[in-house]
Design a protein around this ligand. Sequence first.
Ligand code: IYR
Length: 224
Amino acid sequence: MSADYVPLEGYETLSEADMRAQAESVYDTLRKRRSIRDFSDKPVPQDIIESCIKSAGTAPSGANHQPWHFVAISNPDMKRKIRIAAEAEEAEFYGGKAPDEWLDALAPLGTDASKPFLETAPWLIAVFAQRKGGEQVGQSKKNYYITESVGLATGMLITALHSAGLGTLTHTPAPMGFLRDICERPKDEKPFVLMVVGYPAENAQVPKHALVKKSLGDISTFIT
Ligand code: IYR
């Protein structure tokens, strides 16, 4: 089968000044993102969540197989089930399973096995990575670069949610197998991350240490 190409659309060449302003403006938006653990129970309309998931679905992926599935949950019974299962995993984690080095790394966060936000926040988005799939729904070809693809899509989801003014927590209760069962997803899908989404509570607090990001010089090397 030969490749079928069409003209590129949707790129507008900006002046360097506009490009600079745009790039700085995106940075200014993204640098304000924080992982939130204190959520308001104020509802968020479903259509906003849908738009953010559509943004995530534009991510690049191996062979364009789009190896992801997003389960968005606002149903209180489902949120409760997820909280109970996640807290059971976390109780084991904090109660002896986690190595000391890991617990030391988490100490500045002050996290523990209690996860009330899984019920308080109006939306949970369980992200699944599909081992099998294809460009068309229902195919079961091999997928490629699954972790990279789903990671990119999740990053774009977080960017969309934050840009829409919502707070998020990237939550990874380990192991997450319970999410597949509760969300009734097939065996060849692996839970990737559980995004907690909503408005930050009015007096939400964030850990001070996470405000500090590595500098441009620390995270990059320019070879010109
Ligand atoms: N899943 C646990 C532990 C945890 C692990 C990491 I790495 C974090 O950055 C934060 C928490 C929990 O959610 O408490």
